[in-house]
Design a protein around this ligand. Structure first.
Ligand SMILES: Nc1ncnc2c1ncn2[C@@H]1O[C@H](COP(=O)(O)OP(=O)(O)OP(=O)(O)O)[C@@H](O)[C@H]1O
Length: 261
């Protein structure tokens, strides 16, 4: 049985078909990168995996069972814009998830439970290179550091599926490279399953073990909302070659032009 099964999945908003007939089997530990023109439903797909949106038709299964309808600790998400809590220090930001999990009503741990949680938090801060900033406030951090904090906050919960929505889109190229190394290190250490949306095809090829291209194959110029995007390429990245890279780049650019028209 696959870890995640997506079969004949559709998503519509009102009269707009956003995604049509997605089919996918993902094994535990895969790193899927999602690329495609703006508006092709990549974030919508992540939201369905997160439990924030429900499909209009079709099935989305985690180990053979329907995905829980609400976000839970199985799934963690990191967005492009920093999603950390500004009123908590770096350490408190990472600790908070553990406290809420273990003490959902009080949201606070005490004594040995707190010490054990803080040990985990500090180890995670070392992993993401923020050990020297544990007592800082988010506004005192650079963009890259805030994004590392967001990743730490998500991974401390040991989610089985990590969803990343253009996590490095707002960062400078030099910092992005460091973030790539960090993400690959954390992925190898945790063995978690990753779905990451990126607008940068090269980044998608570099990071993922599998590339999923979301694209619209059908267009009706009189009714642009009639057709949704689907997965047009689903390929193991080691086998991808430069010709394929150019083909994908062209087809994504063509859809982007259609969307803008
Ligand atoms: N809650 C919503 N209600 C109505 N329409 C929505 C909603 N969320 C998304 N859409 C529409 O669904 C389409 C796909 O949006 P989505 O954000 O998933 O695309 P995307 O591929 O992630 O785009 P981008 O690359 O620009 O982030 C868009 O046309 C958007 O307007």
């Amino acid at each position: 049985m696959s870890f995640i099964t997506v079969s004949n999945l559709w998503k519509e908003y009102g009269g707009q078909v956003v995604l049509e007939n997605l089919n996918l089997e993902v094994q535990q530990g895969e790193f899927c990168t999602l690329v495609g023109a703006s508006g092709c439903g990549k974030s919508t797909f992540l939201k369905m995996l997160l439990g924030q949106e429900t499909q209009s038709r079709g099935e989305l299964l985690l180990e053979g069972k329907p995905f829980p309808g609400e976000p839970d600790r199985n799934r963690g998400i990191v967005f492009q814009r920093y999603s950390v809590f500004p009123h908590l220090t770096v350490r408190q930001n990472v600790l908070m998830g553990l406290e809420l999990e273990q003490k959902p009503r009080l949201g606070k741990l005490f004594g040995s439970a707190r010490r054990a949680a803080l040990e985990k938090v500090d180890a995670m801060l070392v992993s993401v290179g923020l050990e020297g900033s544990a007592d800082k406030w988010p506004h005192e951090l650079s963009g890259g550091m805030q994004q590392r904090l967001a990743i730490a906050q998500s991974l401390i919960m040991r989610p089985r599926v990590v969803l990343l929505d253009e996590p490095f889109g707002a960062l400078d190229p030099g910092i992005r490279k460091d973030m790539h190394d960090l993400l690959l290190k954390l992925w190898r250490e945790t063995g978690t399953t990753i779905f990451m949306v990126t607008h940068d095809l090269k980044e998608g090829f570099y990071l993922g073990t599998r590339l999923l291209v979301f694209d619209k194959v059908r267009h009706d110029p009189h009714d642009p909302q009639a057709f949704g995007a689907t997965i047009t390429y689903d390929l193991p990245i080691a086998r991808a070659d430069s010709k394929l890279f150019e083909d994908i780049k062209d087809s994504v650019a063509q859809t982007a032009r259609h969307q803008a028209a």
